[in-house]
Design a protein around this ligand. Structure first.
Ligand SMILES: Cc1cc2nc3c(=O)[nH]c(=O)nc-3n(C[C@H](O)[C@H](O)[C@H](O)COP(=O)(O)OP(=O)(O)OC[C@H]3O[C@@H](n4cnc5c(N)ncnc54)[C@H](O)[C@@H]3O)c2cc1C
Length: 455
């Protein structure tokens, strides 16, 4: 059986399995890759609400970490296969429903990620100057949903809540100089605004100790090599070296980096980045705008994080919570409000409907974690679902035409990509389009073409 197939018109064979994947991030593309590389004849449509593919690789991964974004070369290969098609600028739940996709395809996979900020759930969270990382990261990465934001940067003091790599990314992007951001694809608006900030202090807080932080050594280590910012830590928060032998290598490296930070002094550089542990926010203070946060000291007992009742106030004009994300619910799909993701049993939601990646597991793991996840879901679909001679691509394209939606193809994305690369200045890899209309102008007005995969 020819899995690669060729693009050509004609009827769809009854043993061609037609799958729609909603979301073109890592989870979507790894699932498409596993399906297409199986011994079965498949036709996979990878659908995204944006005209640009690759999810958080484009809009989440930090703009100064370009080498990480190279993973998209692998997705390019999958996207260029005859049996995999990208359908961009089509929002499922708004333009087309999941129920409609289930009518059109043999199986549907939700790979929609998790891009809503989890709330801190404390008073003052609605004050101006309190932001979630989805806002800030989307803004500096030119995500069309966030480009109009004007974060409250006219402050010397920033508090970041959270002890993962997203907290480090946000701190680093704020702390770097313009020169240090050369070679990145940060939004020029964000770069200018950050360079005008009267920044003096960034305080990163984790409610548990350094051994519970989910920083990776590489990202943490980078904080020790910034031009104008010095990382600081209170040595009293760090465990003694006696227990080092029992630690995992990764924890040992994190601890070594933090011990190094403990040797620095605030006077070394104009901006200080403090790593604070065993402290949780209990109230955000301010009238019209945040001017501080009330924190409570904590201790960890038998694995539980307990408040000690000892309070202290930290002044700040911008508070950014980096405490994780939730998926967005989609009509007709069972959603667990508490966990913030689709109700699923190892990726199975209901007959012929599956979830993968962050939409399945919640916001955990690295880009690579989505690969085995995609392979597992592909295998499950191939085992569970029989081809049913459904309308597939042709049916979707008819719906798109009827609803006059300007869906885009992978070739269209390549035009956008080329235009962005051409517009780049200096060492920067690209200048991203901020507005959907500008992207669609580059694409032109050809209607999406129905091409069937032949067995
Ligand atoms: C700020 C940040 C930085 C990160 N940095 C790194 C890093 O440096 N290294 C690393 O290994 N990992 C990093 N990660 C983690 C990595 O990005 C995730 O593991 C990965 O992107 C999750 O893949 P996904 O496909 O599940 O979701 P996503 O990448 O979020 O993709 C979901 C896709 O679904 C689309 N979509 C959503 N809703 C709809 C809808 N209704 N209709 C159609 N399309 C829809 C979205 O537009 C998006 O393209 C980072 C994460 C964040 C948040």
């Amino acid at each position: 059986m020819l899995a690669g197939g060729c693009y050509c018109g004609g009827d769809v064979s009854t043993d061609l399995l037609q799958v729609a994947i909603i979301g073109s991030g890592p989870a979507g593309y790894y699932t498409a890759e596993a399906l297409a590389e199986s011994i079965h004849a498949v036709s996979v449509d990878v659908i995204d609400r944006l005209p640009t593919p690759f999810g958080l690789i484009r809009t989440g991964v930090a703009p100064d970490h370009q080498s990480i974004k190279n993973v998209t070369k692998r997705y390019d290969q999958t996207a260029s296969r005859d049996d995999v098609r990208f359908v961009g600028n089509l929002s499922i739940g708004r333009d087309v429903s999941v129920a409609e996709l289930l009518d059109l395809y043999d199986a549907v996979v939700l790979a929609t990620g998790a891009l809503q900020d989890r709330k801190l759930g404390i008073s003052g969270e609605d004050l101006a100057g309190v932001r979630g990382s989805a806002d800030i990261v989307g803004w500096y990465n030119t995500h069309p949903d966030y480009v109009a934001l004007t974060p409250e940067l006219n402050t010397p003091s920033v508090v970041i809540i959270g002890n993962g790599n997203v907290a480090i990314d946000v701190a680093r992007v704020l702390a770097k100089t313009e020169a240090e951001m050369a070679g990145s694809d940060i939004s020029p608006k964000a770069k200018d605004a950050i360079s005008r900030m009267p920044l003096r202090t960034i305080r990163i807080f984790g409610r548990r100790g350094p051994m519970d932080a989910s920083f990776t050594p590489k990202e943490l280590g980078e904080m020790g090599r910034l031009e104008r910012a010095v990382p600081l830590v209170d040595k009293a928060d760090l465990p003694s070296m006696d227990g080092d032998a029992d630690l995992e290598p990764k924890q040992r490296k994190v601890l070594a980096a933090l011990r190094g930070f403990g040797d620095h002094s605030a006077q070394e550089k104009p901006v200080q980045v403090h790593f604070g542990f065993y402290a949780r926010p209990v109230e955000i203070l301010g009238h019209d705008r945040v001017d501080g946060v009330l924190m409570e000291r904590t201790r960890v007992e038998n694995g539980a994080c307990i408040g000690t009742g000892e309070m202290f106030t930290v002044p700040c004009g911008l508070l950014i919570s980096c405490i994780g994300y939730r998926s967005s619910a989609i009509e007709g799909v069972p959603f667990d409000e508490r966990l913030g993701r689709f109700v699923n049993n190892d990726g199975f939601i209901s007959d012929r409907l599956y979830a993968v990646g962050w939409a399945r597991r919640g916001p955990t793991g690295t880009i690579g974690t989505n690969k085995p996840d995609g392979a597992e879901i592909a295998k499950r679909i191939l085992n569970d679902v029989q081809p049913m001679d459904k309308p597939g691509r042709k049916g979707l394209d008819a719906l798109i035409a009827k609803r006059q939606i300007r869906a885009v193809t992978f070739r269209d994305w390549q035009k956008i990509d080329a235009a962005e690369r051409q517009a780049a200045e200096g060492e920067n890899p690209r200048l991203k389009f901020a507005r959907l209309d500008d992207m669609l102008d580059v694409v032109g007005n050809e209607a999406i073409e129905t091409q069937q995969v032949k067995k």
